[in-house]
Design a protein around this ligand. Structure first.
Ligand code: ZN
Length: 641
């Protein structure tokens, strides 16, 4: 389907939070279930739940119910010239069914050279390729085996690996590599049980050209000698989507006792300055929501082609450089990725239908962290912007896609990420907080994170826990019916909390007065406005503005040359929708220098609405394509052609 945007705000607002999946999109995949196993249990929300086998991962071929992988040991050589990873994956497993004789793994575009168990080659077969699930690798096991060693290599087109040429990096001298496994891309660089309900510890040896440094979502020693062979260990069991690797001319700068930043040298100081509150965020979060379980918390700043805002890879979040604004205005992204250390990485969704358990809790915690570190005003502004993001998606998405526990059978989880699991999830939790009081709700969260630590849980397990705790203790304030409405029905329940911000009221007044013509652009008293207020000012403009109005705004506020990527995004979108040509050079530069899908997709989409716009979109896309991540290419190529 084509998302129909009603007001400009609908296009731009997902700016201040964000995560691995900060694009808001939808596609027209069919809803055909590809696993016909049906749970016939009757419930009050059968319309959405009916026929879903709760807890079954419809996006994996693996058989963890019979044989579960518990540990991975990787030994990979990074070959930049061939754009492949080549080596071995040893998988240790545990038999849940003692009679099971076959281990089934997920793969995509992998070449399997051989498989051994107990030192002997064993038979294996690779099934036909499914368009987005890849192919099942079935391995015949000797009765006594508890481990297999798979010799394999990746394809240059692996969906989870991006290879950048030296020209595509800031330093221009060395190539760069990063992986992005969420949702189901780990299988494109490691044969494994690629399901969030399979948790494993891992070790890895990564061999690279000597001039480069490898880092992983594991123990990273900031003092590591740069010798081309790097050893990693992740002692806590994690789901496959959190396995991550990056290789490049990376350098490290400490930001605190437990926090630091890795990046190319050219942006290291700017990144460390921008994100210097990370240590305070970590301390504040621990104080409110319990201990941090992962030892260090470092950031890896990627080149601009990183398709997302951030990815919560444990111990080492991967971060877009587009949030380095010089004024910490976009650092809620860091709060978000850090919060995932609790919600998502410690307590994990069992299937992609349950993603809201990861993202809704994380978005809720993000607001709380921002409030603790930056105060009430910022908290309120970000809550209003988040609510507007949510409304934009509610207005744009079909009813079924507005459901938190979304039915993803037959669909690629990449295609249906939206603000629903994030902002609707957070608004739901905010309602619980407001009903039972913050202190009680925080106690509940502490208990929740402790009870389900290092487990992968379903929506239904969460509801059942809620029934045993908050619902029981506060039955006068909460009802199961209302909770189920939030989780299993489209839209937003009536009388949901509506965040407000005084800082935005003055922006509304200024915008209204300017639109009415009672004040001129240069009379708007915006000297003290922060980035959030500018975004709110722009994103709530009417759909149509005159060329004179646009030129006035641009002249007074230099919006076309804004250095803040979010403000620039909002302005460029307005410019496309009103065909304001003085902004088009910047637009072209923007589209060809940034690969973060959330920032480029709405622009491509708006351009593609007119024949002239489409020509501009095609030109920019053709130029930028080689530098875009495969996910950004996939998300945009459809409507540009
Ligand atoms: Zn997230």
């Amino acid at each position: 389907m084509i998302i129909k945007y009603i007001i400009v705000a609908a296009l731009a607002l997902t700016v201040l939070s964000g995560c691995s999946d900060d694009s808001s999109s939808n596609n027209n995949s069919s809803n055909t279930a590809f696993n016909p196993k049906v749970d016939q249990s009757v419930s009050s929300y059968e319309v959405t739940k009916n026929a879903i086998n709760v807890g079954k991962d419809y996006h994996s071929f693996a058989n963890p119910e019979s044989i579960k992988v518990t540990h991975l040991n990787l030994d990979l050589t990074v070959d930049f010239s061939k754009k492949i990873l080549v080596g071995t994956a040893q998988l240790d497993f545990q038999k849940e069914d003692l009679n099971a004789t076959q281990l089934i793994l997920d793969t995509r575009d992998l070449t399997i050279n051989n498989v051994t168990a107990m030192g002997e080659k064993v038979n294996f077969s690779l099934a036909n390729d499914d368009s987005f699930l890849g192919s099942a690798l079935t391995i015949d096991l000797p009765a006594e085996a508890d481990s297999v060693l798979i010799s394999y290599q990746t394809s240059p087109k692996a969906s989870g690996v991006q290879w950048l040429s030296p020209e595509q990096t800031a330093g221009k001298k060395h190539p760069f590599l990063f992986t992005q496994a969420q949702a189901i891309h780990a299988r494109s660089f490691i044969p494994l049980q690629d399901s969030p309900q399979v948790r494993m510890t891992y070790e890895a040896t990564i061999r690279t050209p000597k001039a480069l440094l490898a880092v992983m979502s594991a123990s990273n020693d900031p003092g590591t000698e740069r010798d081309g062979v790097y050893e990693f260990s992740m002692p806590q069991p994690i789901p496959s989507y959190l396995i991550a690797l990056s290789v490049g001319d990376l350098h490290f700068k400490s930001m605190g006792e437990r926090t630091g930043v890795y990046s190319e040298k050219g942006i290291l100081d700017a990144a460390a300055a921008e994100f210097s509150d990370t240590e305070s965020m970590l301390i504040a979060t621990e104080k409110a929501f319990g201990p941090y379980s992962w030892d260090r918390y470092d950031l890896l700043i990627l080149p601009p082609s990183f398709p997302f805002g951030g990815m919560e890879n444990p111990r080492l979040s991967f971060i877009t450089p587009t949030v380095i604004a010089g004024d910490k205005s976009l650092v809620s992204l860091i709060a978000h990725e850090l919060a995932h250390s609790w919600s998502g990485n410690t307590v994990t969704n069992a299937t992609w239908r349950d993603l809201w358990l990861n993202e809704g809790f994380t978005t809720y915690l993000t607001y709380r962290i921002m409030q603790m570190v930056y105060g009430d005003e910022r908290f309120e502004m970000e809550a209003v912007l988040g609510r507007q993001d949510l409304q934009a998606d509610i207005d744009a998405l079909p009813a079924n896609d507005q459901i938190m526990a979304i039915d993803l059978r037959g669909r690629d989880p990449d295609d249906v990420f939206s603000n629903i699991p994030y902002e609707k999830g957070a608004l739901f939790l905010r309602e619980l907080e407001l009903k039972v009081g913050r202190e009680n709700f925080d106690q509940f969260l502490l208990g929740y994170f402790e009870k389900f630590a290092f487990k992968s849980i379903t929506t239904e397990q969460f509801i059942s826990y809620l029934e045993q705790t908050l619902l029981k203790e506060h039955s006068d304030q909460l009802s199961k019916q209302r909770i189920e409405e939030w989780i299993f029905q489209p839209g937003i329940p009536r009388d949901a909390h509506a965040p407000e911000s005084d800082a935005f009221s003055i922006v509304d007044q200024a915008r209204d007065a300017w639109l009415e013509g009672t004040v001129q652009a240069d009379e708007i008293d915006s000297k003290k406005w922060v980035v959030h207020q500018w975004l709110y000012f722009l994103n709530n403009m009417p759909e149509k503005l005159s060329q004179k109005q646009l030129a006035d705004l641009d002249k007074v506020f230099a919006l076309t040359s804004s250095k803040n990527n979010e403000i620039a995004h909002s302005w460029l979108l307005i410019s496309v929708n009103n065909w304001y040509q003085p902004a088009f050079n910047r637009l072209h530069n923007y589209l060809t220098s940034i690969g973060r899908n959330k920032l480029v997709k709405p622009l491509y989409k708006a351009l593609s609405q007119t024949p002239e716009g489409k020509i501009m979109a095609q030109k920019a896309f053709a130029e930028a394509r080689a530098g875009y991540h495969p996910l950004t290419v996939k998300a945009n190529e459809g409507f540009i052609q």
